[in-house]
Design a protein around this ligand. Structure first.
Ligand SMILES: [Fe+2]
Length: 236
């Protein structure tokens, strides 16, 4: 999908969809699952993932890249180490690798996707790519980042069970009081408001954004779909 096509759909940071999950039922059903630590770094922050769609449909993989930041996964798989030289070498030359995995590498549903509380996802199930349930406890966060670039092979959806327990923010190009260091400069980040619990949103993840939980058991629906998904049919 070209940037022009993408911008036609993403008129807001978060565009509400007519897909809503019953958070009470979901929380009851998800309790029995063991979540994994997210990625291999920053384990001091409570960030966990449970795959909905991964490489093989199993919840018992020794390591599951669907529950990693994929840039980090590719970096580690290529044998790079946490040195300034290796970061520079990898991130400055990402386009030269043609074997890096992205969201489209993951297409097999796990049993979690069959939970009855996730039945509202039925209309988009055939389009799902790498998708997880995230669970953050207090202080769990993702630093500013973006997940989509052009031409893109996926669209991102997002939602949470507990909008009153987390702050979801996007970067804006205007001066202000909330400044975060990204891209070696300071930018203003503005919190999204009026997020409905359990509601899925089309998420403009080509923009820089971050998220922080300030309560425990903040679940997030971290979902990617193919660009052929007729998302306009699901707008609220
Ligand atoms: Fe993101």
């Amino acid at each position: 999908m070209t940037e022009e096509e993408y911008l036609k759909i993403h008129k807001k940071n978060l565009t509400p969809l007519n897909i809503k999950i019953d958070t009470e039922l979901f929380e009851k059903q998800i309790e029995k699952y063991n979540f994994r630590r997210w990625g291999d770094k920053f384990h001091e922050y409570p960030r966990f993932g449970l795959p909905l769609v991964n490489e093989n449909g199993s919840l018992n993989n020794d390591i599951d890249p669907s529950c990693w930041p994929l840039d980090r996964w590719n970096f580690v798989k290529k044998g790079f180490k946490d040195t300034d030289e290796d970061f520079t070498e990898f991130y400055n030359n990402v386009e030269k690798y043609d074997d890096l995995i992205d969201e489209t590498f993951f297409t097999i549903p796990t049993e979690v996707l069959s939970l009855s509380s996730l039945n509202p996802l039925q209309p988009i199930k055939e389009y799902l790519l790498r998708s997880c349930i995230l669970r953050f406890d207090t202080m769990g966060h993702f630093k500013p980042h973006f997940d989509t670039w052009f031409p893109t092979k996926w669209l991102r959806l997002w939602g949470t069970t507990k909008p009153d327990g987390c702050v979801f923010r996007y970067e804006v190009d205007e001066p202000g009081q909330t400044w975060v260091e990204t891209k070696k400069c300071f930018k203003k980040y503005v919190e999204e408001i009026n997020i409905e619990p359990g509601r899925l949103y089309l998420h403009d993840s080509a923009k820089w954004h971050d998220v922080l939980a300030y309560k425990d058991n903040v679940y997030q629906f971290f979902i990617a779909v193919e660009t052929r998904c007729p998302i306009e049919e699901f707008l609220l």
